[in-house]
Write a protein that binds this ligand. Structure first.
Ligand code: SAM
Length: 337
């Protein structure tokens, strides 16, 4: 990973966690001084200032590394999506049973909502949240530490984690195997990796998706991300990645999430409602930049807006019975690896 760009939140209680150089320390000292004047740490560094496009703001460290926005609207969506995952897991933050985690890493932490809740529920653990964007709260519990960094680069943590978690990262990495390799290397022996993610491939139990704008949109999106080397359905390979890098005791569960309230049963209807709300908000976020800038079919903003309006209509059409799968999977690093 690049040297630490900015630390958000409290100081590390573990002196070994940040491999800071003399210059870094001087920079941090400077930043901390300025933060007394109430200027957020990340505003001190031009490298992490957001860039604007089509009315949305994007992270610029490094520019183009992540294709979704990091503005207030996206932050609200991430918190809504957190609620969706909470409902899938019956209020739990993870599927695996954890004895007493001490050092926890949340990869691509976003607003940090998962990391903060985990730190709150496990006061004896120290939780590190890593992200490209400094969109986490500034004042947080002392056992929660946010750090801005790029997980696509080699990781250089000095400490070993006993639990690593990653959620909703399906559209982030052109080389997801790198993430699994680095997580494996960075876990202590016997440590656990859990991934919670969408298999971004809309399906239907009948023919109702056929010829829909929803289907057309997801195909265009798939091609646009592929042109950047990102496979939106990579989550369906997660089990292979776990096995390939050496995890054992791999366990997984798949959940079918109806999009909208078309499915039978009260709990499916409620889940479907949350899923629909999340995708309605995700539409702009995941489409605007990729569809207007990525090959093979660069579209005008106007054409994208017309398409998204049709997709919005489909997402709310009770006769279209779409669902998405969510995969929750975990594995253990062998005790002696
Ligand atoms: C959809 S959000 C998920 C946020 C969080 N995991 C959650 O479930 O609420 C994906 C996050 O991954 C971050 N991300 C994408 N690529 C990254 C990278 N190479 N290194 C670090 N973070 C990255 C993005 O900035 C974004 O905040």
């Amino acid at each position: 990973m690049a040297s630490n760009i900015a630390l958000v939140g409290s100081e590390s209680p573990d002196p070994h966690v940040h491999n800071t150089t003399h210059d870094d320390e001087a920079d941090l000292a400077d930043m901390n001084q300025v933060s007394n004047t109430d200027i957020p740490l990340w505003e001190m560094n031009a490298e992490v200032l957001p860039v604007e496009m089509h009315g949305r703001k994007y992270q610029s460290y490094p520019e183009g590394e992540y294709l979704l926005p990091n503005d207030e609207r996206e932050m609200e969506r991430l918190d809504l999506q957190h609620e969706l995952f909470q409902r899938i897991l019956g209020g739990r933050l993870h599927m695996v049973l954890l004895p007493s985690p001490q050092r926890v890493l949340d990869m691509g932490t976003g607003t940090g909502i998962w990391a903060l809740e985990f730190a709150d529920r496990h006061p004896m653990a120290v939780v590190y949240g890593i992200d490209l964007s400094a969109i986490q709260p500034k004042f947080v519990a002392p056992n929660c530490i946010f750090q801005i960094d790029n997980l696509s680069l080699p990781w250089d943590f000095d400490l070993k984690f006993d639990f690593i978690h990653g959620r909703s990262l399906f559209h982030c990495f052109s080389n997801p195997v790198h993430i699994f390799q680095e997580a494996f290397r960075t876990l202590a022996d016997g440590g656990i990796l859990e991934m919670q993610d969408f298999i971004f491939d809309f399906r239907s139990p009948d023919d109702s998706l056929k010829g829909s704008a929803l289907q057309e949109w997801s195909k265009l999106l798939d091609e646009a991300f592929k042109s950047k080397g990102i496979d939106l359905t990579c989550v369906s390979n997660y089990r292979n990645y776990f096995e390939e890098v050496g995890f054992e005791d791999i366990q997984q569960k798949e959940f079918a999430l109806p999009v909208g309230s078309w499915a039978e049963g009260e709990s499916r209807k409620i889940l479907g409602h949350w899923c629909q709300a999340n995708i309605l908000e995700l539409l702009d976020a995941i489409s605007l930049l990729p569809l207007t800038t990525c090959q093979p079919k660069v579209m005008s903003l106007q054409a994208v807006e017309v398409l998204l309006e049709r997709v919005r209509h489909d997402l709310q059409d009770p006769d279209i019975h779409a669902y998405l799968q969510v995969l929750i999977i975990h594995g253990r690093k062998p005790k002696t690896s």
